[in-house]
Design a protein around this ligand. Structure first.
Ligand SMILES: [Zn+2]
Length: 264
């Protein structure tokens, strides 16, 4: 209780600090979505970024020398997921490991039936419920922000997983406020996930990345990417999915999406 109050007090102080000009220039240059936000949302976002950068540890890996540009660009995207909600700032996450570009991991992956494939796999990012860490490739994090409407964003993807972990399960459902919301979420996600799986199996083109057909946790992560990057298309083609995400994130990215330039 006392600890909680101290933490809230510390965070309030961090949010109120003047935002470093150099960081703001980095955000304006690297994260074009920022300029499209309302002034209130910009202020809220900058406050969240101050807390995020004060509380999370960044580490450069694979020879990457960490700079403010790297941590600020990543924080700006991650904190977009926190607007308008009471948040505990990705409480399970302590460290963000950043590689210069796509990195290789040894992996055993389920292929089909009893068959597993093993080998070196290339990755742009990953995180895990018990890990306390999140890994990103800097070039992918940077290019994901540079094009805010191509539907792909590895930072939003990995941090969506962290939101999924907040209610202690990696089940594709973040911490939802009411039972009604939880029931509605479960039903809509079940149907949408099944339809993505079916489309993936039959090779029908989809708006949602078919990587989301892997499991419900990946489905939530790729839906989050689509929600922020292709909101008009998502709202048109998956209105129920859009409505669930809008109710959880308490924002309507159609209002500030660069996708609008091409017509909704
Ligand atoms: Zn994922």
């Amino acid at each position: 209780m006392i600890f909680g109050l101290l933490k809230q007090h510390r965070r309030r102080r961090l949010r109120a600090q003047p935002f470093p000009k150099e960081w703001l220039r980095t955000i304006e240059r690297n994260a074009p979505f920022f300029r499209r936000l309302s002034v209130n949302d910009q202020t809220e976002l900058l406050g969240h970024i101050q807390v995020f950068l004060a509380e999370k540890r960044f580490e450069g890996c694979g020879g990457l020398e960490l700079t403010d540009e790297i941590s600020v660009t990543i924080a700006a995207q991650a904190c977009l997921l926190l607007l308008h909600r009471k948040t505990d700032y990705f409480p399970r996450l302590l460290t963000i490991l950043v590689y210069p570009s796509m990195y290789m991991v040894d992996e055993k992956r389920h292929f089909q039936g009893p068959v597993w494939e093993e080998g070196r796999m290339a990755r742009l990012g990953e995180t895990g419920r018990q890990l306390g860490a999140l890994v990103l490739a800097w070039d992918a994090a940077k290019s994901g922000a540079a094009d805010p409407s191509d539907g792909k964003n590895v930072v939003l993807h990995e941090f969506a997983h962290q939101l999924d972990f907040e209610n202690d399960a990696a089940d594709g459902a973040p911490a939802l406020a009411t039972l009604e919301q939880r029931l509605s979420w479960r039903e809509v996600m079940r149907v949408e996930f099944a339809s993505l799986r079916a489309a993936d199996e039959t090779g029908i083109p989809t708006l949602l990345d078919t990587y989301g057909a892997t499991d419900p946790a990946e489905f939530f992560a790729i839906s989050t990417e689509a929600f922020f990057e292709r909101p008009c298309a998502l709202r048109t083609r998956h209105p129920k999915l859009y409505a669930e995400l809008q109710s959880y994130f308490r924002q309507d990215p159609v209002e500030y999406s660069a996708e609008l330039v091409h017509g909704c």
